[in-house]
Write a protein that binds this ligand. Structure first.
Ligand code: SF4
Length: 226
């Protein structure tokens, strides 16, 4: 079990106000922090730790990403593992949809079948406010460079008819590099050569400027696992 954050707070890894590389049209993206799937070759290893480095209120995210961001047509939610913060994300998305008619794409390392049993807690509620779920753990050996997901075992579930004309399996992968003032990160679904090159360049830069990465376990960060 993962001790979830209060429902009005999200443990955020990064956000972007607008990109065209993670779904149709212009979209705001929220990446949450914390995941213990531990997939080999994970695209977001720095965001696996659930250490609460950047809690943001739902109200603050709504202000930045929806109210002051009128150009977007949708939200994409990734991580980390979004469903470990299901109740807070449900609140965020529900309120976002009251402000504007947005479509929602969400990623998860859990399968749809698991989430449908309401595990982790609040998953059923979160599924109810999303239009597309892309599910399954990343499997590096099945990264064939195709589609808006990391590996071919991952599946696209159209939870509503809203994005059913968008084929996530044939879309060209495109990536952009963003800097939010504290971290560089990739936006989009990169091919393996792109992500390997990116991480290699970041590690080289960290070494050059003397930065070290602090690791923590889930228990050290105050979360309970079983
Ligand atoms: S589910 Fe995603 S964030 Fe979690 S370890 Fe796997 S690739 Fe990384």
């Amino acid at each position: 079990m993962y001790r979830s954050t209060p429902p009005h707070l999200l443990n955020v890894a990064a956000t972007v106000k607008s990109t065209e590389f993670l779904g149709p049209g212009k979209r705001a993206v929220v990446w949450v922090r914390g995941c213990y799937a531990n997939c080999r070759g994970c695209i977001a290893p720095d965001w696996q730790s659930p250490m609460p480095e950047n809690f943001q209120t739902v109200d603050s995210l709504l202000q930045q990403l929806v109210i002051e961001n009128e150009d977007i047509q949708g939200l994409t939610i990734s991580g980390g593992e979004p469903f470990l913060q299901a109740l807070a994300l449900h609140l965020f998305i529900s309120q976002a949809k009251e402000i504007r008619d947005l479509d929602v794409i969400i990623y998860s390392g859990y399968t749809y079948e698991k989430l449908s049993t309401n595990h982790p807690r609040g998953s059923s509620l979160l599924l109810d406010v999303c239009d597309v779920l892309i599910d399954g753990r990343y499997q590096q050996e099945q990264n064939n460079g195709v589609g808006m997901y990391g590996s071919a075992n991952q599946r696209v579930h159209y939870l509503t008819s809203r994005l059913q004309n968008h084929n996530f399996s044939t879309v060209d992968r495109k990536v952009e590099i963003r800097f939010d003032g504290t971290q560089l990160f990739l936006v989009g679904v990169p091919g393996m050569h792109v992500s390997n090159g990116f991480f290699s360049a970041v590690e080289t830069t960290k070494t050059d400027i003397g930065v070290t990465t602090t690791e923590c376990t889930l228990e050290e960060a105050g979360y309970e696992c079983k």
